[in-house]
Design a protein around this ligand. Structure first.
Ligand code: MN
Length: 254
């Protein structure tokens, strides 16, 4: 099996190394990841400057690549025929920090899996639900199991999968839930501050408060110490208001 891995925490992130080492048992794994942390870069791509790759040594002594591009760029490079052939599977992660609810839309980790889906390649993003230093082995073990399952069964109708794993020892993880994208709420997202010279600046904070959650959402699953798998589709259309909008009879007023 030929697998491409990437992330948004950078080529030197321990989550990428754990994923690489675990997936090697399934076959050929190529790592192409940003040369520096790019968390929260979303689905940005690089159109106006050259993309470069620099060889780096992976944990088993083989060669991976650090890129000056974004996670989505890394996938575009990795699925091209310049780097040893098109992968059957793209895995993005293991991200340090959960990608739940609306955070999926900011995440470079998730965007990389989405980019693979756009290219028609099976993919999943995988994150561990802690911002602290944590053990990646349970998530890496689950990534192998899921990759093997996808190679046997395909992706169903899913565009791609967004996987979150509790930051717990393996015997404290309570199971696997197939979930919807949940809802997270933030307050005071922007702080206004003053610098030592009296200039005003702003800082995006993103303090998470309470939660407003769908039943069956990803946030609930993680709170219940369960692995969450959310199938995500590329078609962003909201079908619910289509009839209502048609009934508005909007027309070109000119
Ligand atoms: Mn990240």
């Amino acid at each position: 099996m030929r697998i491409l891995i990437t992330n948004d925490d950078g080529i030197h992130a321990p989550g990428l190394a754990a994923l690489y080492t675990a997936l090697r048992q399934l076959g050929e794994v190529t790592a192409i990841a940003p040369e520096r942390p790019r968390s929260a870069c979303g689905h940005a791509i690089t159109l106006h400057k050259p993309l470069r790759l620099r060889p780096v040594e992976m944990p088993d002594g083989r060669t991976g690549y650090a890129s000056n591009g974004t996670p989505a760029d890394c996938v575009a490079l990795g699925v091209s025929d310049h780097l040893g052939g098109v992968p059957e599977l793209v895995v993005s992660g293991i991200n340090l920090g959960p990608n739940l609810g609306v955070d999926m839309t900011y995440s470079g980790t998730v965007a990389a899996a989405m980019e693979a889906a756009i290219c028609g390649i099976a993919s999943f993003a995988i994150s561990v639900a802690s911002y602290e230093r944590t053990a990646f082995e349970p998530a890496a073990e689950f990534a192998v199991y899921l990759a093997r399952t996808i190679s046997e069964r395909g992706m169903g109708d899913a565009g791609f999968l967004n996987v979150n794993v509790p930051a717990l020892p393996r015997d404290q993880i309570r199971g696997v839930s197939i979930t919807r994208q949940g809802r997270l709420r933030y307050s005071n997202r922007i702080e206004r501050r003053t610098d030592p010279r009296g200039g005003v600046y702003y800082w995006l904070t993103g303090e998470r408060v309470g939660r407003s959650e769908h039943a069956g959402g990803d946030v609930d699953a993680i709170q219940a110490n369960r692995i969450s798998i959310t199938p995500v589709r590329l078609d962003l259309t909201d079908e619910r208001p289509l009839d209502t909008l048609v009934a508005w009879n909007l027309h070109w007023p000119g």
